[in-house]
Design a protein around this ligand. Structure first.
Ligand SMILES: [Zn+2]
Length: 185
């Protein structure tokens, strides 16, 4: 995505708004890649319709993951996308977040708090560039728990952990990866 577009400026403005750390400088975007995954998008739309969720009730969440290729430089998902162990980033953007849910159990949580999400990612060793996935989440059948250690309430397909402001996603259809954000701090 070109840096002079409204969409790019909106994302940067949102990062600044959400950045609530005084000790770490606010991230500055260096590149935004839009993620297009028609199958994930269709599933997400069907999920929203099923629960009559309006667009204004869609929330943004962040997820950090490892990159094992030159995506930052050539903007093309790598050929290793079919294999999780080589490049998790391209694997997830190509196949969706469902790849992180095993036997009904998510091996990840999405962060609402940008600073918390940032603190979980490591920068690229050469350029010191960080990356995060920005995901849309529709909380349909959501249940709240206070802490991370609590069990999944029965029937919930998304669990909101109040203490840490993160969500555990048990049904991949309710989340959709929208952008890969590359940034420096
Ligand atoms: Zn890759």
């Amino acid at each position: 995505m070109e840096s002079d577009t409204q969409e790019y400026e909106d994302i940067q403005a949102n990062l600044q708004k959400q950045w609530n750390s005084k000790s770490i400088p606010c991230p500055s975007l260096t590149l935004v890649l839009a993620v297009v995954n028609p199958r994930e998008d269709t599933n997400f739309t069907e999920y929203k319709n099923m629960y009559s969720i309006k667009d204004k009730n869609i929330s943004s969440f962040f997820l950090g993951t490892d990159i094992g290729c030159d995506l930052y430089y050539n903007h093309i998902p790598c050929k290793n996308a079919s294999n999780f162990s080589n490049c998790r980033m391209c694997h997830l953007t190509s196949h969706g977040l469902g790849k992180l849910i095993y036997h009904d159990n998510p091996s990840f949580s999405l962060q609402k708090n940008l600073v918390d999400a940032h603190l979980k990612v490591k920068p690229d060793s050469e350029m010191h560039i960080y990356s995060l996935l920005l995901c849309d989440v529709a909380c349909g059948n959501a249940k709240k728990v206070r802490t991370n250690n609590e069990e999944r309430p029965e029937g919930a397909d998304v669990v909101v952990v109040q203490q840490t402001e993160e969500v555990k996603v048990f049904n991949a259809d309710l989340a959709c990866i929208r952008y890969i954000l590359f940034y420096i701090v």
